[in-house]
Design a protein. Structure first.
Length: 306
């Protein structure tokens, strides 16, 4: 099922046709409140009333013209103005290929600098989302450049990649902000763990390494990006054993998934952020969400027929 859905996500013919279907647009509402930014902001206001912060991402990747990258950056700058006006605890999570990485690394770097400078005015962080394995090294290298000048940038690392343990050690001297996720691309076994057990074990090991860095004096901001509540609680036990509080890390979950647990964790003193996606370019992103967990397919079918 996972392999099939990831193939569907990459298929150009399906990418052009499925989003036109009314049933598909209805199903995607499971994971996003709407395509327009106003829907995302409205939900963020509601989350904030419940003690839950927000991460925002405008869906889209692999732009093919510099003007598209420019327009994406301009959109995010305006969006940050709206977040500030609403006094939201909201931060951006962006893909570098949205900002022109495929075209020119300097183009993407310049746009990230603009976003980081704007976010810094309100004390916010701009997170760099991680894409497929072909982009891992370029993404980390660009993050290293940015972090030297802009402390308020974060990066996503994927626990299913075999290299991630070395990447954590590589980044720790920068006092980074790292959001740890399991990974949602179809990577070969040569570079990625393929079994759920191996991915979970590596995730826990990476999380503990980040917590230990905090006890050693590193100013590491840790985002635990998973819906696996047992894994979150396991990490909390490790934090407690190291003398760290529940505020030593944040819990990052996607909109529409385990909302009851997000509210529960927030009520128990965890720092929780809900990642809200919006925008019309949802097809590939949505298919990867379905592929992450077979139960998501059942939820999607319920949305269609419910």
């Amino acid at each position: 099922m996972r392999t099939l859905l990831l193939w569907v996500a990459r298929n150009t013919w399906l990418r052009e046709r499925i989003p036109r279907l009314r049933l598909a647009r209805r199903a995607v509402r499971r994971f996003m409140p709407g395509e327009d930014p106003e829907a995302a902001l409205t939900e963020a206001v509601a989350f904030q009333r419940q003690g839950i912060g927000t991460l925002f991402t405008r869906l889209g990747e692999n732009v093919v013209e510099p003007q598209e990258a420019d327009a994406t950056a301009d959109h995010y700058l305006g969006f940050l103005d709206r977040v500030a006006a609403l006094r939201l605890s909201g931060e951006l999570s962006v893909k570098l290929t949205q900002l022109g990485l495929d075209l020119d690394v300097e183009l993407a770097h310049g746009h990230m600098e603009r976003l980081a400078e704007r976010a810094a005015r309100d004390g916010g962080v701009v997170w760099i989302d991680m894409e497929g394995g072909a982009y891992t090294e370029r993404t980390i290298a660009l993050y290293e450049r940015l972090k030297a000048q802009h402390p308020n940038v974060g990066i996503c690392l994927q626990a299913y990649l075999r290299r991630s343990a070395a990447d954590v050690q590589r980044l720790l001297p920068l006092d980074p902000a790292i959001r740890l996720v399991k990974g949602a691309y179809n990577e070969p076994e040569t570079i990625a763990y393929r079994s759920r057990r191996a991915v979970d074990a590596n995730y826990a090991a990476l999380a503990v390494a980040l917590l230990e860095a905090r006890t050693a004096g590193r100013e590491v901001r840790i985002g635990i990006g998973t819906h696996d509540v047992k894994l979150i609680e396991q990490i909390a036990v490790h934090a407690d054993a190291l003398g760290l509080s529940r505020q030593a890390f944040e819990v990052h979950m996607l909109y529409g998934i385990r909302l009851d647990q997000q509210r529960r964790l927030a009520s128990e003193g965890y720092v929780v952020r809900d990642l809200i996606a919006y925008g019309p370019a949802w097809y590939a992103w949505y298919m990867r969400r379905l592929a992450e967990r077979p139960a998501n397919v059942v939820f999607a079918l319920r949305q269609i027929i419910g």
